[in-house]
Design a protein around this ligand. Structure first.
Ligand code: ADP
Length: 436
């Protein structure tokens, strides 16, 4: 009601003044003429105020002028307040945008926002340094026209938020950049680019170190094994009290060679990442042979080794790698399952496409807290037991690596006292149908 007060006052004033002046005019017979002239004057006055108002608005509606009369003063005042609120909000938003720009410019990682066609909307300071982007000429350009590395073009077209691409920098081939694309709004994406040269070099050094050490250790171990073989070939009588130490040395040398071989295999899997040669593999035939090998490994422990195989299901894979991954899982099942236990090898289609190879045993099982760490290098639940059965601590790391190279993953489930299940899940893209 407070707001309408000036308007009511105006109405009351106009009504009263008109009535008071109209009465004498009407007395003399000029009532109608007076009303027309009064209305015309009133309209002219409002038109004049309207003109002043438009002029005031065009001057940015700063302060309300002092001499504005009647209801117009309230109009000026309300508009002035609204403008003031709008200016304050604008200032706050500008400040927030400024802070956001400053903080993103302080980042060492490049951030580029992309529209639905891959066109550049905005980028931070690091994007100029890492990717060589320039304002204003690059804004609006498609990112794949500026970063033309074929792998990036394909990566940008696929645009999977989980995927990370590492390629040399477009400005300096000695730098390695890691790219990730994250969707953040309808149709818009955020491209994050990080300089990973140092991490890359360290990783390279680690790989080279492991590969070189393993390689260098191979020859001395072979020489030692040769001498130990010669020593033990004379029989226990000749060796006398040295028979036991020699046999133990032989066992340890064998273990060392197994570790070195597994390390070499792992470093090969690490370094030959892009050189995987797929060929059709007759998985059922391979698993039948491996089941026979498992029976030999079981020896007089009499494990019951069963196979349930889909005879028509094959894989496009690297046969040696596949054999080594499956071999590790089967050997683990036999070695960790007590004598007389059951080991089942299953190879079958998955309901949603894809295929599954699983090894199920009736061994001791593994406590849940160990499961996420089993594929780490040298992680063992029971180091003593692992050594006893000839484990290297690298088997499951090899399995994980090989599966990753085939787009597959390892799923482990286990119940203590019941047994374990190690399943390899292959995507439909690597499956083939075998013609018999
Ligand atoms: P290792 O050479 O020691 O067997 P792996 O990487 O193959 O190394 O396995 C890691 C650990 O996982 C093993 O030390 C063992 O404790 C546990 N493990 C693997 N397979 C089984 C299994 N089938 N049953 C029980 N424990 C297992």
């Amino acid at each position: 009601m407070q707001r309408f007060q000036p308007w009511l006052t105006e109405l009351w004033l106009i009504g009263t003044a008109t009535l008071l002046v109209w009465l004498p005019f009407n007395w003399f017979g000029y009532g109608a003429e007076f009303l027309i002239v009064a209305l015309a004057a009133y309209l002219a006055w409002h038109l004049y105020q309207l003109r002043q108002f438009v002029f005031w608005l065009s001057q940015n509606a700063r302060a309300v002028p002092d001499n504005v009369p009647g209801v117009w003063h309230e109009i000026y005042h309300q508009i002035y307040l609204a403008q003031k609120r709008r200016r304050r909000t604008k200032r706050r938003l500008t400040q927030i945008i400024g802070e956001f720009r400053d903080s993103t410019n302080a980042l060492h990682d490049a951030a580029v926002t992309l529209g639905s066609y891959g066109e550049i909307i905005w980028f931070n300071h690091a994007a100029r340094e890492l990717l060589g982007l320039r304002t204003p000429q690059d804004v609006g350009q498609r990112i794949s026209n500026l970063l033309r590395h074929p792998k990036f073009v394909e990566f940008e077209a696929r645009s999977e938020s989980e995927a990370v691409l590492e390629i040399p920098s477009p400005l300096d081939v000695n730098l390695t950049l890691s790219f990730q694309i994250l969707p953040y709004r309808q149709g818009q994406r955020l491209l994050m680019v990080r300089d990973v040269t140092r991490v890359h070099k360290l990783e390279q050094m680690r790989q080279d170190f492991v590969a070189n050490v393993s390689h260098e250790l191979r020859t001395p171990i072979t020489v030692l094994m040769g001498y130990l073989e010669t020593l033990s070939s004379g029989g226990e009588e000749k060796l006398g009290r040295y028979a036991r130490p020699v046999s133990q040395m032989q066992q340890q040398a064998l273990r060392m060679r197994a570790i070195v071989d597994d390390l070499l295999l792992l470093s090969r899997l690490d370094t030959e990442h892009n050189r995987l040669k797929y060929e059709p593999v007759d998985v059922p035939a391979l698993l039948k042979t491996m089941a026979d090998d498992a029976r030999v490994l079981s020896g007089n422990q009499q494990h019951e080794i069963q196979t349930e195989l889909d005879d028509n299901l094959g894989l496009m894979a690297a046969p040696k790698e596949l054999q080594s991954a499956f071999g590790n899982l089967i050997a683990n099942a036999v070695r960790y399952t007590p004598a007389g236990g059951q080991v089942t090898l299953r190879w079958q289609c998955e309901p949603g496409g894809g295929a599954r190879f699983e090894v199920v045993d009736t061994g001791p099982g593994i406590e849940a807290q160990h499961l996420p760490r089993l594929t780490e290098r040298f992680y063992r639940v029971d180091a003593g037991r692992s050594r006893e059965v000839g484990g290297t601590g690298l088997g499951l790391a090899i399995v994980k690596h090989v599966l990753e190279r085939h787009g597959a993953r390892l799923q482990i489930s286990s119940t203590v006292g019941v047994g374990s299940r190690f399943a390899c899940l292959f995507p439909a893209s690597v499956i083939t149908v075998l013609k018999r």
